[in-house]
Design a protein around this ligand. Structure first.
Ligand SMILES: [Zn+2]
Length: 475
């Protein structure tokens, strides 16, 4: 006879095998167990844990990672000089360029070549980066953190999921744009074939699949949701939550997804470099940063930490678990706003109120200020007769709104849209509306609402009007 515990373990390891983390299954189990325990820790206990993990990381980096030995030596520092989290400021930031230029020296010399898994990411910010995971272990740990987050909305291994994450599946020829994976539990659906004509088939397939969760890019899920709302399609009764990641979730997307799917939208924020991971609380839409995952600093435009609720800064993060390629004070080029704690759920994790998005998602106003896309109100009825849109900036203080019109779009709609968008952008941004036939997805299958072609850096000098650069991006 099989006891219940064994059955769950069996299913878990079965899923682990399918996810490719079975060789490091013990890493998964250990990390998951730690997270079960540490969620109840006090702030002091969490900080003590971080300091201990940091000390271990710095000792290792100094002894075994040539790049960091150099960083310490050049500053006349040794790891013991970093005694508090605040002391981390004595070490320099690691930019994407630093990472690219020093990758060979960032590899720990005390690991065999077989321990390194080369990973690349980030075409979207214009600076692709390559770095190393610890083969097997990094992905297993990541799953333990992800699973812990998804536990908050009731996710269980084995649950059926529809996955909308930029895949190209099937072909227009056979009219099948999806495929099952993970032994039939995940239905991957192509984001490249979603059109007014094909969406009814998608919806029909999802309804027959009876998923418990939809996970995907917010932009892809929003395209499906928009169609469902516009055509008064009823929500899928089996879906418990929409799990959103890998892109910023705008407030208007959240309300659209909630309306279409009739359930909770649960978002998380992280990066492939694995320096930061934060997921929404089950009791609010604030993000809990996992302190066991990394140390997160919010850095202002002057390069100094910003503090206190409501303060916005660039996320600078130090991974605490990747010893094969340590990333210390890594500049993510994402901006986030701190929230007031403690949270009602009882966790003592640091809180983010919002993730504002990538630096490249900001509009540069005529005065050189950065306008967050997240505060722009595109939730209004001014967009009712707009099928698709995309903001595009190539000149300081000017933004172009590319619009694909719905059949009923009138001159009145154009005027109203112009008025509303101009109001959102404020006095220092000139808006121009252009009509286009379609807006293509990115190579990764993401739908981008904003394309910024100015070289934006948070915390460094902004481009000025004389530095407007020509762009070859034809939206
Ligand atoms: Zn909470």
């Amino acid at each position: 006879m099989i006891r219940l515990g064994e059955r769950i373990c069996g299913r878990e390891s079965f899923t682990a095998k399918a996810l490719g983390i079975l060789p490091s299954y013990s890493t998964y189990r250990e990390t998951y167990a730690l997270l079960q325990e540490s969620r109840g820790w006090s702030r002091e206990r969490l900080e003590a844990y971080q300091l201990q993990a940091l000390a271990r990381l710095l000792d290792h980096a100094y002894a075994n990672v040539p790049y960091y030995r150099r960083v310490f030596d050049e500053r006349g520092l040794v790891p013991e000089d970093i005694q508090t989290l605040r002391d981390l400021e004595r070490l320099p930031f690691l930019t994407r360029e630093d990472l690219q230029n020093n990758l060979a020296d960032l590899k720990a010399t005390n690991y065999p070549e077989t321990a390194f898994e080369y990973v690349t990411t980030g075409g979207s910010t214009g600076i692709p980066v390559g770095f190393y995971y610890e083969k097997g272990a990094s992905r297993a740990r990541e799953w333990a953190f992800m699973k812990t987050q998804w536990d908050r909305v009731g996710y269980r291994f084995g649950d059926k999921c529809v996955v909308l994450r930029g895949y190209i599946v099937g072909s227009a020829k056979d009219e099948v744009y999806w495929k099952k994976t993970l032994f039939g539990r995940w239905l991957l659906m192509s984001s490249h074939h979603m059109t007014e004509e094909t969406l009814p088939a998608y919806i029909d397939r999802i309804r027959r699949f009876k998923p418990r969760f939809i996970q995907g890019y917010p932009s892809t899920a929003a395209a499906l949701a928009r169609y469902m709302v516009d055509h008064r399609v009823a929500p899928f009764p089996t879906v418990k939550a929409v799990l959103c990641g890998s892109e910023n979730l705008y407030p208007w997307q959240r309300s659209l997804l909630e309306e279409a799917f009739g359930c909770r939208v649960f978002s998380w924020y992280g990066n492939s470099e694995q320096t930061v991971l934060a997921g929404e609380c089950e009791e609010s839409t604030h993000y809990h940063i996992f302190p066991e995952y990394g140390i997160v600093e919010l850095i202002g435009r002057d390069g100094r930490p910003v503090e206190g609720p409501g303060a916005m800064g660039e996320v600078v993060a130090t991974n605490l678990t990747n010893f094969v390629c340590p990333l210390i004070r890594y500049r993510t080029m994402d901006l986030a706003t701190a929230a007031q704690g403690p949270c009602t759920c009882g966790r003592n994790y640091p809180l983010l109120e919002r993730v504002e998005g990538r630096v490249q998602d900001f509009i540069v106003t005529g005065k050189g200020e950065l306008l967050s896309g997240i505060t722009m109100n595109i939730d209004t009825d001014a967009f009712d007769n707009v099928k698709q849109f995309q903001f595009y900036q190539e000149k300081v203080g000017e933004v172009i709104l590319n619009v694909v019109r719905k059949p009923g779009f009138s001159d009145l709609d154009a005027e109203y849209l112009y008025h509303e968008v101009s109001r959102s952008c404020g006095d220092d941004v000139v808006v121009t509306i252009r009509y286009v036939d379609s807006i293509p997805l990115t190579a990764r299958g993401k739908y981008r609402y904003f394309v910024q072609s100015l070289p934006i850096r948070f915390g460094e000098r902004e481009p000025t009007k004389s530095e407007n650069i020509p762009s070859d991006i034809s939206a």
